[in-house]
Design a protein around this ligand. Sequence first.
Ligand code: NAG
Ligand code: NAG
Length: 532
Amino acid sequence: MKPNSLSIITLSLLVPKTATSVPPSCPDYSEYSKTRHEPFSSGRYALSYARPPLQCRTFSSPEVESLITLMESEISDPDLYRLFQNTYPNTLDTAIRWRGNSSTNPLEELTFIITGDIDAMWLRDSANQLQSYLPLLASSNSSLSSLFRGVINLQSRYLLTSSPYCNSFQPPSESRIPPSANSAADSDDVFPPYDPSRVFECKYELDSLAAFLQLSVSYIQATGDADFFSSSLTWLPALKAVLETARSMQTPTYSPEGSVLPSPYRFTRLTRRQTETLSNDGLGGPVASGTGLIRSAFRPSDDSTLHQFLIPSNMMFARYLGLAASSIVERCFGDEDAGSEFASALLKFSSDLRSAIETHGVVPVPVLAADGSATRTETVYAYEVDGFGSANLMDDANVPSLLSAPLFGYLAASDPAYRRTRERILSQAANGYFMKGPVISAVGGPHAGPGMAWPMASIVRIMTSDDDDEIAGALKELLASTDGLGLMHESVNTFDASKWTRQWFSWANGLFGQMILDLRARKPHILRQNFQ
Ligand SMILES: *[C@@H]1O[C@H](CO)[C@@H](O)[C@H](O)[C@H]1NC(C)=O
Ligand SMILES: *[C@@H]1O[C@H](CO)[C@@H](O)[C@H](O)[C@H]1NC(C)=O
């Protein structure tokens, strides 16, 4: 996500003309999205029309436009349709900050996607921002496919030449967009050191590495474009950097003799927020040896982990490393011995990681009777463990979360351990970060704090549910959660819809659209309901 926006000063006073720059007369979308625009939708929520004027959109896709038109006849509720109409194209409308070709390799496309109001690209957000358009990515010919290739190429460059330990990066030099200053990072003491003209923030997050794999796998699965990978000069080296980083982060805290091992990554920052820095002078919480799990210093919320073996991020990494091995490495590089050996090594790493998750990430919890006595125990997935026996039983709204595990294909939504975990995650009695109230009830997290539910978690709840009532209930709350602005917020006060964070959160918007398309395929009758 992004750091506290108050602490960021953007230096981009002079923005040079770029391939996708919009006319200077266009409104600043971070302001535009904070106010309501006519025509309002005709339902009780009278939602704003939040798409920027035509000439101010950052990318135009005929496929997306025809789908938006088509959906008008499939969604009966006028407010729900308006929400789809605003949210689904939001990344294309507002966040494709620059596109072009590399100055060192003229055939290499580059796409710089911003998360919202900062000129910086997050590995996780940019991968997710494009995921919503996957259903329309039928061939390597479509204009959307060029966006995917451009992001994969730019991510490869970031991983290779900036740092595989960082989460958010500056515009490529070809764009001539000046780097943004991150005043929150002024006091950072980070190892390995990084160059602030290339890196916006350097929080090591395992899921950022998994996001690169996921985007690559999604692209080849949708388009069958193997040539793109086999002719790329940077993709395979970037994958090797990802693997090396993940391996390095399996380093435990202590050697067998008891000495403290040097950590491949350290991070401290001057801050009032506990979740913005790491304990133990930058090492983070201690982790045991021999678990086979990979450490993550930060969560997908960009908050620090309590225990570094973050289970959802390990799940997502295991899943997409395996798929990258079989669908890309074997297929595009398997002709050479080195390529097929590498693919086998990746597959082994992935399956070992999966066993490690099942061994150390599943923990017993007491099942309480009505009188509070513990009658028996059951096992659930922990959010984080340390390998010494401590577990953090919670979930956080940001994907990858435990709730979203079926979404990224680690397991099936019907998996019994997932069902038990899900039931607890969606209950304030068993998850300290489940928020409930009359406006919206959903998982939240320390990033926005107690009392703030995240619409993103409600969307994930819908996408992982087969229960029509649960789905319709969550949809109704989402409709009521936008404060009339017609866009997904980052978080919403569960008792007061006028209190929310982030008016421009492109990833959550895209995910909402993706969820509507998922319902269209799985449960079209729900889209015909009236939510007034
Ligand atoms: C940019 O790269 C793409 C893909 O290789 C290529 O088709 C296109 O011609 C290139 N554009 C320029 C201006 O070189
Ligand atoms: C892709 O482009 C090629 C060459 O322009 C064309 O022959 C082919 O039919 C196109 N495929 C699709 C799916 O549009």
